[in-house]
Design a protein around this ligand. Structure first.
Ligand code: SF4
Ligand code: SF4
Length: 425
């Protein structure tokens, strides 16, 4: 069931000591420290997990699917992010990892690299058919979609309306498995193995689908020990499953989790890739200002270096990146997906969004426009009167945000230690 207010990032109050590291790192100013504990303002949070990365006390946690939760399914299928191929060192091959995942308890495991390539082929067709606007912005990273909906609403129409590979793969499996296996669709669980908590957001609160085709996402970090143990016990020959039966691993798709990998397979369009939350927001600022129109596609991922820098991975991201590049080189960068298949699926709208992504209203100062204007003026006056030291002692990330909280009735001027001291004098 779609939950518009779903968030994967939460704070465990008992562990929080109010050190404000997370508040300083949050790119949307969604965190306050009240009574010595961090709290997240849901309407502002985009689930980027920057707070999770910086908390020194393990007080920020992410909600992902547990393996035990899969017991409700009679048949379990895993479609891991290709990030997984970079997690186990240079000696372990992709088919060994997928086979180990099968021994962990999945009935079937599918490689996602050919579907990444399929997405790329569909993107090429879409760009050919839609010469304007420019640039389109990739939609694979759910955090990028959330930022655009909330901070850059005018860019919603520039989101590339092709579903990410994980959803396309799950949709194909939902179409073929129930009939093929003779098992009711609701008894088949299709699970993504994810490097970041944001995939849970796109499953529980999809921006472009009526309902996600996935049933959950297990984090790489959670399932890593089981895969490692299954790899050590393995003696049988590894068998790899592909969604397109005749295809092999796709080098184009394998490079997908690296920044630039999503658009690497585009042959006739100009793409630029940015990664990391700050660079992504800077690039979106430029697009909003009408710049970058000479680029066809802007590939944005908020994790550093792309999904390979996801916060729920185990391997050092530089080693993982190097391993994936080795695999891309070994597989070669020729197309393994039949372009006619890709074109047919694209023209049947099988790979497209169900509906466009729409803006999500940001927090107005007041529902009444006249009151909102008065509050904005008061906020500006307060902001000018505050010491502008942005020290964070008041529990807000900076003085202007404290002024905003005051006019909303969520903080008081005395929360500022400098104002308080002055008044006491
Ligand atoms: S980083 Fe945030 S959540 Fe972690 S202890 Fe400090 S204030 Fe609490
Ligand atoms: S997940 Fe990102 S937006 Fe949400 S509170 Fe943490 S740092 Fe802020």
């Amino acid at each position: 069931m779609k939950d518009k207010n779903y968030h994967s990032i939460h704070i465990t109050k008992d562990r929080c000591i109010g050190c404000v590291h997370c508040m300083s790192a949050c790119p949307t100013k969604a965190i306050r420290v009240r009574d010595g504990k961090a709290v997240i303002i849901d309407e502002l949070c985009i689930d980027c997990a920057e707070c999770l990365r910086v908390c020194p006390y393990d007080a920020v946690h992410s909600h992902t699917t547990s393996f035990a939760a899969l017991d409700v399914f009679a048949y379990k299928v895993a479609i891991p992010s290709t990030v997984i191929y970079g997690q186990f060192g240079a000696a372990v091959l992709p088919n060994e990892i997928l086979s180990a995942l099968r021994r962990v308890g999945f009935d079937e495991v599918y490689d996602l690299s050919s579907i990444c390539e399929l997405n790329c082929a569909a993107t090429e067709e879409y760009l050919n058919e839609h010469p304007r606007p420019r640039p389109y912005i990739t939609s694979t990273c759910p955090v990028v979609v959330r930022i655009i909906q909330r901070r850059y609403p005018t860019l919603c129409g520039q989101i590339l309306p092709i579903e990410p590979p994980r959803e396309i793969a799950a949709k194909i499996l939902r179409t073929i498995l129930p009939k093929g296996l003779g098992i009711p669709a609701e008894k088949i669980g299709i699970i993504h193995i994810t490097p970041c908590p944001a995939k849970m957001v796109s499953i529980n609160s999809p921006a472009s689908l009526d309902r996600s085709y996935l049933d959950g996402a297990i984090s790489v970090r959670d399932i890593f020990p089981q895969i490692l143990s299954a790899l050590r016990k393995s003696e049988e020959d590894a068998l790899m499953r592909h969604l397109f039966p005749e295809t092999l691993l796709s080098g184009i798709g394998m490079g997908w989790p690296l920044s630039g990998g999503e658009t690497r397979g585009l042959k006739s369009h100009r793409a630029v890739a940015v990664s990391g939350i700050q660079d992504t927001m800077r690039a979106l600022d430029q697009v909003e200002a009408g710049l970058l129109q000479d680029i066809d596609v802007l590939e944005c991922t908020v994790c550093p270096d792309g999904c390979v820098g996801g916060p729920l991975e185990v391997e050092n991201r530089f080693l993982a990146k190097s391993r994936i590049l080795e695999l891309v080189a070994a597989a070669g960068e020729h197309a393994v997906v039949d372009q006619k298949d890709a074109s047919r699926l694209y023209h049947k709208n099988f790979l497209s969004f169900d509906h466009p992504v729409t803006p999500v209203e940001s927090r107005p100062l007041d529902r009444d426009p006249a009151k909102a204007i008065r509050k904005a003026r008061r906020r500006d006056r307060l902001s000018a009167d505050l010491p502008r030291k942005d020290c964070g002692v008041c529990g807000a990330p900076d003085c202007r945000t404290l002024a905003d909280d005051i006019v909303r009735g969520q903080a008081s001027l005395e929360d500022c230690p400098f104002v308080k001291k002055k008044k006491e004098k």
